[in-house]
Design a protein around this ligand. Structure first.
Ligand code: HEM
Length: 566
């Protein structure tokens, strides 16, 4: 027999499968990870976008639809040579947390200025943008310099940064659920068989380590996302300080404290202080998820916080327990102990059944809080991503049901290949739950369906218009009655187009046979129009046709569906 060289074929196949899964996961994250959309919506600026001022303003202010915080360099103003001119004192206007300001020097010269802004929504998602104004009689600004400033304002929105942030979030979730769920399994399910103690605690410890490293790197990447200052912000102490004082930072610190306790106590598990420390550590890790994200920006807070805590606790018990169960079962199969294996699966099933009921009930509460109306499910990326998540959970549940009803009794009876089949199906469940968590890492960064579909609050959407333009339409407050309809015509580079042509809106409500009601919107600046009026006075499924005359010979048009709330 020739000696075998190289890795064992089984190991090779496992490695290839893991590699393929990793490529798939990164591909999915790249495809789905987008910079967070407009969680907070900018409603107005002073000066307005494109405004031509005769005298220099003393400050620049921005009005949002919800309270925002201003990270470092939140509002910056540049002249046409890309030199920064503001006083560097950006921050909230104290009596109004939904307003930001930055001061300008008294001797601001005539010229073209670009204000770039970056704000942190209540849910810790960054939003940013830029606008332009002129002071005095000015010559046409150098377009290249302006493009460079606009590009800088968009800096943090690179798909790479967004993908890195989603990837890190996935690792934080996976590591945390494995560590906390591992503790639950070790303390309540496992029969403390000595031979299995070490590999099981080691697995939970690895989970805590992965989550801790990903949390630390995540703090640095969040700074880049929020400030839009690029790689320079990664290790900037001031940016790190700003991030740590945000809700994102507070959650990361609580999580790191919990993970620290787990890392210290897990290897000493089963003496009393270590049991207490792991319990407290796991609780802190899971609680950290309720301190940031959509949980903190959604009402009613008591319901959303309670649901998030229960959801992550039950998700951890299910996912972490399943991974540890897989390892313990392999050890019992090698020891040829079907009765011991069957007993362990039965004990885990009792816990898993409660966990599944709790994760689903709390999941439904979270769905209600972020979706609110069934139509939002199919009208938003959030809705579709959520449906994908639920479909994967359903597939995992079906396999779990089969295990419980068929395979476990077969193992206890000592039937043929039931052990092997159980190993395969539990592995399928673990991979399925990994996919669930991967999809969740994307989900939590998307604009909640209720906002994206305009079910509650301001409605904001982008639509293609003509060959190479987009129109951004924001309807505020998007309730039956008087509304402000803002329209921004954007060029291919995402900047407001330099167009001052007429814009006509035609409002129709087909179900009630209303319209089209035509209105000419007011020009508020180059590429920006505003229509204020009572046209949308009845709730329902409206259609708004937008027609813009961009030259004597060319008119762009598109139609946007809008659901107006009561
Ligand atoms: C019936 C099945 C489920 C439904 C309907 C559901 C739904 C949701 C929803 C709506 C959210 C809120 C996302 C947001 O903040 O915008 C969420 C968060 C989350 N889910 Fe699920 N989920 C389900 C199952 C699971 C399972 C099985 C796991 C893990 C094994 C899981 C892990 C998580 C995690 C870690 C979060 C993030 C919590 C946070 O950071 O706030 N979910 N889920």
């Amino acid at each position: 027999m020739s000696p075998r060289s190289g890795p064992h074929p089984g190991l090779l196949a496992a490695g290839q499968r893991a590699g393929a899964a990793l490529v798939l996961a990164v591909g999915l994250l790249l495809a789905l990870a987008r910079p967070a959309g407009a969680h907070a919506v900018l409603q107005a600026t002073n000066p307005a976008d494109g405004e031509e001022l005769e005298t220099a303003p003393a400050e620049v202010t921005l009005q949002f639809n919800e309270p925002v915080t201003a990270p470092l360099g939140a509002v910056r103003v540049f002249d046409a040579n890309a030199e920064r001119v503001d006083l560097g004192d950006a921050g909230n206007v104290s009596e109004d947390p939904s307003r930001l300001r930055v001061g300008l020097p008294g001797d601001l010269r005539d010229g073209t200025y670009v204000a770039t802004w970056s704000a942190l929504s209540t849910d810790a998602h960054p939003v940013r943008g830029a606008f332009l104004f002129t002071v005095g009689d000015v010559e046409a600004a150098d377009d290249e310099a302006l493009s460079a400033i606009f590009a800088q304002a968009e800096g943090g929105d690179s798909p790479l940064v967004a993908t890195a942030a989603s990837g890190l979030r996935f690792l934080v979730y996976i590591g945390s659920l494995l560590a906390a769920g591992g503790v639950i399994f070790l303390l309540w399910v496992h029969d403390r068989r000595p031979a299995e103690r070490r590999p099981l605690t080691a697995l939970a410890t690895v989970g805590a380590g992965v989550a801790a490293v990903a949390s630390v790197i995540g703090i640095a990447v969040q700074g880049v996302l929020v400030t839009g200052l690029g790689a320079a912000a990664l290790l900037d102490p001031e940016v790190l300080g700003e991030t740590l004082t945000s809700s994102y930072g507070a959650a990361a610190v609580v999580r790191l404290a919990g993970l620290g306790a787990l890392l210290a106590a897990l290897p000493r598990l089963w003496n009393r202080p270590a049991i207490i420390a792991t319990g407290v550590g796991a609780a802190a890790v899971l609680a950290s998820f309720a301190l940031t994200g959509h949980t903190v920006s959604t009402e009613p807070r008591w319901l959303v916080v309670g649901a998030t805590l229960s959801h992550t606790l039950a998700g951890a018990a299910w996912f972490g327990g399943l991974v540890l169960l897989l390892v313990a079962l392999r050890s019992r199969r090698l020891a040829d102990d079907p009765a011991g294996g069957g007993r362990l699966v039965a004990r885990f099933s009792t816990l898993a059944t409660s966990a599944i009921v709790l994760v689903s009930a709390a999941g439904l509460a979270l769905v209600w809080s972020q979706v609110r109306a069934p139509r939002a499910l199919i009208a938003s990326a959030y809705g579709w991503t959520l449906l994908a998540k639920v479909a994967i959970v359903a597939a995992v549940l079906a396999v779990g049901f089969y295990n419980n009803r068929r395979l476990v009794p077969a193992i206890t009876r000592g039937a043929g290949d039931a052990w092997q089949r159980l190993g395969r199906t539990v592995r399928f469940e673990v991979i399925g739950l990994l996919a669930v968590v991967l999809v969740t890492a994307v989900l939590v960064n998307l604009v909640p369906a209720r906002i994206a579909a305009g079910v509650t609050g301001v409605f904001s959407t982008y639509a293609d218009i003509g060959e190479d333009h987009q129109i951004n339409m924001t309807i505020d407050p998007n309730r039956a009655g008087t509304n402000d309809v803002h329209l921004y015509l954007l060029g291919q580079d995402g900047r407001p187009a330099d167009t001052t042509g007429d814009l006509v809106l035609a409002f129709s409500l087909p179900a009630e046979d209303i319209g089209p009601i035509e209105r000419e919107a007011l020009l508020a600046g180059p590429g920006h129009w505003l229509q204020t009026g009572p046209e949308l006075s009845i709730p329902g499924e409206w259609r708004i046709e937008i027609r813009i005359r961009v030259s004597d010979f060319e008119q762009l048009s598109t139609e946007v569906p809008v659901t107006v709330n009561p």
